[in-house]
Design a protein around this ligand. Structure first.
Ligand SMILES: C[S@@+](CC[C@H](N)C(=O)[O-])C[C@H]1O[C@@H](n2cnc3c(N)ncnc32)[C@H](O)[C@@H]1O
Length: 313
């Protein structure tokens, strides 16, 4: 991060920690180490999301590509390691450009390089950006067809439903009148399955969560003692969401730069929501944002869905 980025990050983190209850925006998970830890989470036995979405993509990529059409500019939000994207790129008819957007800059560059080598005929234009801000797409050189937005991983679940609506509204504007959206949405299910997915036995999710504090020590001059906080994730059935926290093990004072922050024993910092949807609840959010759901693919156990939406006319 540049000094300016660090100042902006410190201001945002301090504002979050001044709230009651304390919170840190989930986008701060993703520095290089956070991206690596997320990739490890995707391989965990308990984390059904990635393998289930990959299986849905493998089974239906041809149909998805046919719906998206020829010569698309594929814009991916929160692309990470783009592990699902090749399934789509291989099935699409002459895709014109691929624009992966991610906040984890180094990781994005490395992934884009690999994809450029693998797909020399596709223009790969990585965009290092925070998609909660307005995003301006880079110009493509050729004359491209339709704009198709890809948003896998159920990352949409990290927004509250109201935020998801606002975000999808911006996606609809960016996609344009004949725009399309292919999105991964995690579904309501047995709370035990969810609990295991976010509390893996190997402790990788705990490490991912605690990396937030390690990152602030590295980048923001903070002095968090990582042994004095622990990972906690629970499924809030009423609100249909996983809530992830870091809990202070004892009364303590932590500094970020010049600012002192007081924690009581047992005090929580909210670090992530992960909303789980019914198909109907997500359909309504899409509709309020200006999208119509045209096709839904799920696995046999209805754990996860990939949905094709078009901008409503
Ligand atoms: C849950 S991971 C999903 C990664 C990948 N799409 C997948 O399906 O496996 C979320 C991704 O979104 C990125 N991300 C999170 N918040 C972001 C933000 N505000 N702006 C841009 N990228 C963000 C992270 O860096 C990470 O790569």
């Amino acid at each position: 991060m540049t000094t300016e980025d660090e100042d902006a990050a410190a201001t945002e983190v301090l504002a979050g920690l001044a709230r009651v209850p304390k919170q840190i925006h989930s986008k701060f998970f993703y520095d290089q180490r956070g991206s690596e830890l997320f990739d490890r989470i995707c391989e965990l036995e308990e984390y059904y999301l990635t393998r289930t979405e990959l299986a849905i993509m493998r089974a239906h990529a041809v149909e998805m590509a046919a719906l998206l059409g020829p010569r698309v500019t594929l814009v991916e939000f929160g692309s990470g390691s783009s592990i699902k994207t090749p399934l789509l790129l291989d099935a699409l008819e002459e895709p014109a450009a691929y624009v992966p957007i991610d906040i984890s800059g180094e990781h994005l560059e490395a992934t884009a390089k690999k994809l450029t080598a693998r797909y020399p005929e596709i223009e790969v234009l990585p965009l290092w950006a925070d998609y909660t801000d307005a995003v301006k797409l880079p110009a493509t050189s050729g004359d491209a067809g339709r704009r198709a937005v890809y948003f896998p991983g159920s990352t949409v679940g990290n927004f509250t439903p109201a935020e998801a609506k606002d975000f999808l509204r911006r996606v609809a504007t960016l996609a344009g009148l004949d725009g399309a959206l292919l999105i991964g949405v995690d579904l309501d299910k047995d709370p035990d399955v969810l609990h295991r997915a976010y509390n893996d036995a190997a402790g990788v999710t705990a490490e991912f969560n605690l990396n937030l504090l390690a990152r602030f020590n590295r980048e923001l001059g903070a002095d968090f003692d990582l042994r004095a906080f622990r990972h906690h994730a629970l499924y809030n059935q009423g609100d249909g969401r996983i809530e992830m926290y870091l809990i202070s093990e004892r009364p303590q004072t932590v500094r970020i730069g010049e600012t002192a922050i007081r924690f009581e024993a047992g005090e929580k910092i909210l670090t992530e929501y992960s909303y789980k949807y019914s198909l109907e609840r997500f359909r309504r959010i899409g509709a309020e944002a200006g999208f119509e759901v045209r096709r839904v693919w799920t696995d046999d156990d209805q754990l996860f869905s990939v949905q094709y939406l078009e901008v409503a006319r």
